[in-house]
Design a protein. Structure first.
Length: 316
């Protein structure tokens, strides 16, 4: 057995380049090739990492030494490329939002199940140590009973104009985190979204998810705020926990004191790709499954429907 997992990256723009860099840095993986439809980009990124460039993923996937791929293309091409890679027998890490719509995501999940390959989705927040602390505090009841959570992820207009709006591009991170923390599916979603600067897609969204027993979560996302804020607050009956995703600082407050448990700052992408590689070699279930991606996308789509119709969308 080889000691390193052979990997490749499809789509090497801003984020795919980071995947390539981390795969090069990790002891567990060997970056063998990259692919980008932009030939100049493919050439320069491949040169930077000393690997073979491709502009055609199908050709690259014929290389049997490539066991796993990261798919980091534009959001509307993610599912197509991930399905192609899975059909070629490769394990797949597909970036969020996994697919442009639920139908494509379902096809991807069906393909990986049929091919027996691993699938995980790039919900990076899950690898931030402070979020793991909050999850554990919910499981051990250190937080008491989880009552509600709020997530705020706002920033100015992104440099690269994407091909999906702020709900599927940005709020989807928080949708996934909320599902992870509550560990159950919401019963309903109500949302208001709008397009202020760029008419093609919504650039602001406020959404509320409700759960059984009166629990709820609120998510605020936009590309309109001139500064960047990415904060999560989980309120329990015994404590409130606030995580700043940017600084990775965690604050725990209860009736008596305020604490700041500290974790060494870690690059979440490194943890994510390491976990992906380890799951494949050790045959373990990934922290984030294709089904998690599918669920998050369903809620994103329900939020957009709620906003378009002005109605609460019941999910159960
Ligand atoms: N998890 C995270 O925190 C995180 C952060 C940033 C971006 N992303 C995701 O990563 C993806 C890429 O985002 P980005 O900011 O790097 O975009 P980008 O526009 O900088 O890069 C996308 C690249 O993919 C290439 N490409 C498009 N379709 C392709 C195809 N079919 N085959 C090969 N190459 C193709 C483009 O030429 C481009 O170089 C998006 O889906 C985005 O949602 C995730």
């Amino acid at each position: 057995m080889k000691d390193k997992l052979g990997v490749a990256v499809i789509g090497t723009g801003f984020w795919g380049r980071n995947h390539a860099r981390v795969y090069r840095e990790l002891a567990e993986t060997e970056l063998l090739a990259i692919c980008d439809v932009d030939a100049e980009r493919a050439k320069s990124v491949a040169k930077q990492f000393g690997v073979k460039p491709y502009t055609n993923a199908a050709r690259m996937l014929r290389n049997e030494d490539i066991e796993a791929v990261s798919v980091c293309t534009w959001s509307t091409s993610l599912a197509k490329e991930a399905i192609r890679a899975a059909e070629a027998g490769k394990h797949v890490l597909v970036e969020k939002p996994m697919a442009a719509d639920v139908k494509q995501a379902e096809k991807l999940v069906e393909t990986v199940e049929r091919k027996g390959v691993y699938l995980t989705v790039g919900f990076l927040m899950r690898f931030i140590p402070g979020l793991r602390h909050i999850k554990k505090a919910i499981e051990t009841k250190e937080i008491g009973e989880l009552v509600c959570a709020t997530a705020k992820r706002v920033s100015q207009w992104p440099e690269r104009i994407g091909d999906v709006g702020v709900v599927k591009d940005t709020a989807i991170h928080d949708i996934d985190v909320i599902l992870y923390l509550f560990n159950e599916d919401p019963v309903a979603v109500y949302a208001k979204t709008g397009a202020m600067r760029y008419k093609r897609f919504e650039d602001y969204a406020q959404m509320m998810l409700t759960f059984e027993g009166g629990k709820s979560a609120f998510i605020e996302s936009n590309w309109l705020t001139p500064y960047k804020t990415r904060v999560l607050t989980a309120t329990g009956s015994e404590a409130i926990m606030t995580l700043d995703y940017i600084t990775q600082e965690l604050t725990v407050e209860n009736a008596k004191e305020t604490m700041r448990p500290r974790y060494p700052m870690q690059e979440p992408l490194k943890l994510e790709l390491q976990h992906f590689a380890n799951c494949i070699t050790k045959k373990e279930k990934p922290l984030i499954t294709g089904l998690d991606g599918l669920k998050a996308l369903k809620i994103a789509q329900a939020a957009l429907k709620s906003s378009a119709t002005g109605k609460i969308v019941k999910l159960k």
